[in-house]
Design a binder for this molecule. Structure first.
Ligand code: UDP
Ligand code: MG
Length: 261
């Protein structure tokens, strides 16, 4: 069985497009499936739509949060409730093409991979400032962490039970999933795909939430921020010693070095 986990925050416009498209792909794949929607504290009709879908289709399950906890929390809750042999994370806005599910299934079931993930090749249609900031962030995190978290390597992936259970075993409070995927390892096949604009509705991220997300990633997977105060301390210590030595040997107060510091 395949479990599709779909975090949803104010997706009333996307769900009527996502559900039929994902269902039609899954029905052609000759395997059992479940759609686990996680309502992440939506303030629109998302929950009402999910209730309707679950009443008319036994493949649909939904979970609902008491407030907006964020996409990472929604993904984790979905994973905890998935009973499939293979679990897939997908966005509700069709930016993760359901058509790729067939190839992903083939890779994990017949080609010996533990995971098959989408590799987004471009950022067409995205706000250029966000593109620049995201690329800079992935460059920075790539250098600061010794984990493979490149731009385009997102959450869209199908994983086998072994990988799913390893992820569930990690009891991190800040669950930066891109880091967790890379941290647990496992043999992953990458399938390239082109970015498309979301099918309906607006992106749920603003610069503030993206910044918080980036900081979570940095603080969870790199010791660089924790080492920074140590480096600053070392620098100040060396400057103080140099200042002292200059004062002793020249008889002048080395105010210029203090100014530099
Ligand atoms: N999402 C969520 N909680 C949030 C933000 C987003 O569950 O706090 C969901 C959203 O409904 C969508 C997915 O995460 O299914 C990706 O969000 P979005 O498309 O807005 O992100 P983008 O594609 O702009 O990175
Ligand atoms: Mg999107």
């Amino acid at each position: 069985m395949i479990s599709l986990i779909i975090p949803c925050f104010n997706e009333e416009e996307s769900l009527p497009l996502f559900y039929p498209e994902a269902t039609s792909v899954l029905q052609k794949m000759n395997c059992d499936y479940e759609l686990i929607f996680v309502n992440d504290g939506s303030r629109d009709r998302t929950l009402a739509i999910l209730k309707e879908l679950s009443e008319k289709d036994p493949h649909v399950i939904y979970l609902s949060f008491s407030r907006n906890f964020g996409k990472e929390a929604a993904m984790y809750a979905g994973l905890q409730n998935a009973s499939g042999d293979y679990c897939v994370f997908m966005d509700a806005d069709l930016q993760h093409p359901p058509a790729l599910l067939k190839n992903m299934y083939h890779a994990v079931k017949y080609e010996g991979y533990d995971c098959c993930a989408g590799l987004r090749e471009d950022r067409t249609g995205e706000n250029p400032i966000r593109t620049f900031l995201s690329r800079s962030f992935y460059h920075l995190i790539g250098n600061a962490c010794h984990l493979d978290m490149g731009d385009g390597k997102g959450d869209f992936r199908m994983m086998n039970r072994a990988m799913t259970d390893s992820i569930l075993e990690l009891k991190e409070y800040n669950r930066y999933m891109k880091g967790i995927f890379s941290f647990v390892g496992f043999d992953t096949k990458w399938i390239p795909f082109h970015n498309t604009e979301r099918a309906a509705g607006k992106t749920k991220w603003n610069f503030r939430s993206l910044f918080r997300y980036a900081m979570d990633g940095m603080l969870s997977f790199s010791s660089a921020p924790a080492s920074l105060p140590g480096f600053i301390g070392m620098f100040l210590l060396i400057a103080a010693v140099v200042t002292g030595l200059v004062s002793v040997f020249t008889g002048h107060k080395a105010n210029w070095i203090l100014l530099l510091v």
